[in-house]
Design a protein around this ligand. Structure first.
Ligand code: HEC
Length: 176
């Protein structure tokens, strides 16, 4: 039809003009942008809900490392006898505790942690509190200075790892 479907009815004329070229170009362009966006979004971007969730969780953990604290149900060390924890614990012990308690926990300024003498108690829950919260100067028994808190510097998981290592060397550190 060369009149492009022109119709006239009741004096109203309908024109069958083509859409303007710029309009069609935008339409086709939008289709390609849409396809490209979908491929990028699903294949390459990190804009999806799950990726965003993972990113935000990672940021949160970095900001509040204590939020994922390892919690013991009955006070005993949940990492006792855990080979990986013992290995990690030795590393943290040597980096953080050895200066005061000796490289092999034999005692320097701080008392030995490998003998049977426990000034403040020898159960997991007591030792956990002593290491996490420290021993304030007024509660010390040796007059050799306070035992610093490690709640912030190490946090519960690493403290339990250090305790797992200590327990592997010293059977007098008991679970309960
Ligand atoms: C700045 C030195 C210092 C550092 C670092 C230190 N301690 Fe101590 N710690 C002490 C002193 C001093 C005492 C003894 C307090 C007293 O006189 O009662 C002590 C006591 C303790 C006790 C109680 C011992 C008992 O016989 O009841 C434990 C358990 C302990 N420390 C573990 C640790 C662990 C584990 C670390 C590393 C995470 C650590 N300490 C880091 C100085 C330190």
């Amino acid at each position: 039809m060369d009149n492009h479907g022109n119709k006239e009815f009741d004096g109203i004329r309908q024109l069958g003009n083509d859409l303007p070229a710029w309009y069609k170009h935008i339409f086709v362009y939008a289709i390609f942008v849409g396809i490209g966006y979908a491929i990028y979004f699903h294949g390459f971007s990190s804009w999806g809900t799950e990726e965003q969730y993972a990113i935000q969780m990672a940021e949160h953990e970095e900001k509040y490392p204590q939020a994922n604290d390892l919690v013991s149900e009955d006070g005993s060390n949940p990492l006792r006898d855990n080979a990986e924890a013992i290995q990690a614990g030795e590393k943290y012990y040597k980096a953080v505790c050895a200066a005061c308690h000796g490289l092999n926990a034999e005692g320097v300024v701080g008392p030995s942690l490998v003998d049977k003498e426990w000034i403040h108690g020898n159960t997991d829950s007591i030792v956990y509190n002593n290491v996490m919260l420290g021993i304030a100067i007024e509660n010390t028994k040796l007059q050799r200075g306070p035992m610093p808190a490690h709640e912030k510097s190490l946090g519960s998981e690493k403290v339990y790892q250090v305790m797992a290592w200590l327990a592997s060397k010293n059977p007098s550190l008991v679970a309960k």
